[in-house]
Design a protein around this ligand. Structure first.
Ligand code: NDP
Length: 388
């Protein structure tokens, strides 16, 4: 029996993971964690007969406790409880909390040498070198769950990384791919969330529309595979069928093709190093017929340019970038910032931080990362206040 824990089980990735885990016969669920959706968390915990259910919020404890009354399932709440759940012995841990909040639980899970299936890209963006070093120290394995990174990982199986010339990750271009700059000024959160191909959580859907999601993924590719930024390309591919391509020194390119269903990448990580049958659509390429590719437009969508600047700075710039992006995203969702202003706020925050504190500092520990996260949030809030 494999012992499995799912962080963020009530979210989009979490639900897909719960679906696959409930179909697997050989799994014992150790812990499930969620945020405010305690009703769903309790349903999942009962259905999977989990040992423990944890909500991230102390004020949700009573609701979760009563929803699980009589079940014998343990109940806990708060960030400390999340970190404690991470060190409960498990063989496989899904990291699918959204945002920088996913960083500490993922880190703690590595301490017990578990295989960490990493959907939470923010962990690599904010603390990539620390996370990889922690995995190495404890003999733990990190597997990518982002569809592009899973695709690269699969294309690299059996290959020598030194023969890789370039890595291309694709972006659907989101719902605003063909919108002009003027129209983008009036884009609403509801419009931004309506992703054409993927059914994802609210925050990543909006990040996809602004290409901030792809910006995070650029940094994630650099951190996870150790490939220089100049050799990582982004290609807009509206059909979202080709998830990534790896070009080798002999001119050959391996492309990973699959349906827009995260259960493929999650299932690959769950079954790795084996492949097992998964309940995803089988593509009919004749029916799809056309695959399009375009260069991204950095002028309308500056997030990719900013990510390249962040990679050039190094150190704590990734943590600052992500934190500023999260604050700007919250403000956009609250209708306090226009869609294009999100990138302006992130750029201005990075500029201020580089003036009053060295972003280039290589973090010694998570404490440095969390301090920069905190500082960047305050600066971004300041920038937003000044614009109002
Ligand atoms: P969702 O918003 O759908 O779900 C987020 C999960 O995290 C929920 O379980 C939520 O709980 C929980 N949560 C929210 N805030 C906190 C917090 N402060 N502390 C602890 N738990 C919290 O996100 P997604 O599933 O879309 O994304 C999860 C991660 O996976 C992100 O990092 C995203 O970038 C990445 N990813 C997602 C993909 C997708 O297709 N969705 C694809 C590739 C990567 P509750 O809902 O109960 O409040």
């Amino acid at each position: 029996m494999r012992r499995v824990t799912i962080f963020g089980s009530t979210g989009s990735i979490g639900e897909s993971t719960v679906d696959l885990v409930s179909r697997a016969g050989d799994v014992q669920v150790v812990a499930l964690t969620g945020g405010r959706n305690v009703t769903r968390l309790a349903e999942q915990a009962r259905a999977l007969n989990a040992e423990l259910a944890v909500t991230a919020h102390d004020d949700c404890y009573d609701a979760l406790k009563s929803a699980l009354a009589g079940s014998g399932i343990g109940v806990a709440a708060g960030p400390h409880a999340l970190a404690e759940a991470a060190v409960r012995p498990a063989d496989w841990v899904m990291s699918a909390i959204v945002g920088a909040a996913g960083l500490v639980p993922g880190f703690r899970a590595l301490e017990q040498g578990a295989t960490l299936a990493l959907a939470n890209k923010e962990s690599l963006v904010t603390a990539g070198p620390l996370l990889l070093a922690e995995a190495k120290r404890h003999g733990a394995t990190i597997l990518p769950v982002d569809s592009e990174h899973s695709a690269v990982f699969q294309a690299l199986a059996g290959e020598n990384i030194d023969t890789v010339e370039r890595v291309i990750i694709t972006a659907s271009g989101g719902p605003f791919r063909s919108w002009d700059a003027e129209k983008l000024k009036h884009a609403t959160p509801a419009q931004a969330v309506a992703h054409p191909n993927w059914d994802m959580g609210q925050r990543i859907s909006i990040d996809s529309a602004s290409l901030f999601n792809k910006a995070l993924e650029l940094i994630e590719t650099r951190e996870f595979f150790g490939i220089e930024p100049e050799r990582i390309e982004v290609l807009v591919h509206p059909q979202s069928i080709v998830h990534a391509l790896v070009g080798f020194i002999d001119g050959g390119i391996l492309a990973h093709i699959g349906p827009a269903d995260m259960r493929h990448a999650i299932g690959y990580a769950l079954n790795w190093p084996e492949r097992r049958a998964l309940p995803v659509e089988r593509l009919d390429l004749a029916k799809i017929a056309t695959l399009e590719f375009q260069a991204p437009d950095d002028r309308r969508f500056p997030a990719l340019r900013l990510a390249r600047e962040v990679m050039a700075i190094g150190g704590l710039a990734g943590a600052a970038f992500n934190a500023a992006k999260e604050v700007a995203l919250d403000a956009f969702i609250a209708h306090a910032l226009s869609f294009p202003a999100m990138a302006e706020v992130v750029e201005e925050t990075l500029a201020r931080l580089s003036r009053d504190r060295g972003l280039t500092l290589a973090p010694d520990s998570l404490v440095n990362v969390l301090e920069m996260d905190h500082l960047a949030r305050r600066r971004a809030e300041e920038v937003i206040r000044e614009r109002q």
